[in-house]
Design a protein around this ligand. Sequence first.
Ligand code: MG
Ligand code: MG
Length: 265
Amino acid sequence: MIYLKTDEEVELLREANLLIGKVLAELAKLIQPGITTRQLDKVAEEFIRDHGAEPVFKNFPNPYGPPFPASICTSVNEQVVHGIPNDQPLNEGDIVSIDCGTRLNGFCGDSCYTFPVGEVSEETRNLLITTKEALYKGIEQAVVGHRIGDISHAVQQCCESKGYGVVREFVGHGVGREMHEDPQVPNYGKRGNGILLKNGMCIAIEPMITMGTKEIYMQEDKWGIITRDRKYAAHYEHSLCIRKGKADILSSFEEIKKVLGDKFI
Ligand code: MG
Ligand code: MG
């Protein structure tokens, strides 16, 4: 069931999503060689709670094992998504995808950003550039009259044309009072296929893109997802609403940009 949102509901969703941009910007100030993802999680959780919101990921249920133990997912290098924060310091040349979900005034935000740690290789940088580009190519297709498949196709085309892998097992989704609502928004698909896009639809688009194979497997902790060939993966995510015919992006990378300055990709 797809819930179309009213203007008032969209503004509440925007608040929950803008908070994530601020959380990620706080973390951007700290991401450098030597810091651990557990330290980042602690800062994120405090920041979210200090702003009157709840971290949706904390204790998120898992059909395969224990609930998620942290407030952010921190997926490092070959981890694609759902990495559990730990005490391993980040190293120069690593990448870390930080996915964050908030609930504020009854509505959920969901957004993710992949950060380079110090200087990264040209190859890695290109993966980040293309994954983010794919996100915006998908967003361009999120207009009234198009279908979900138009978004999916645009993301897939952008990445596969450059030789990258597009993960199939995890997809974008509707967002609202619940972090995961209908419809699903795959990162692969055919133009003109799927559900028709309408004003009031709120969705999260989130390409999960790999440098090599698209094949993945689950780590022993039953959360972390890594690439089979252990090559790097990137993940960017915006939540948006289709309003007045086109995409109104509810989350924001602007605060991250202010922190990273010239290093913002
Ligand atoms: Mg997310
Ligand atoms: Mg999501």
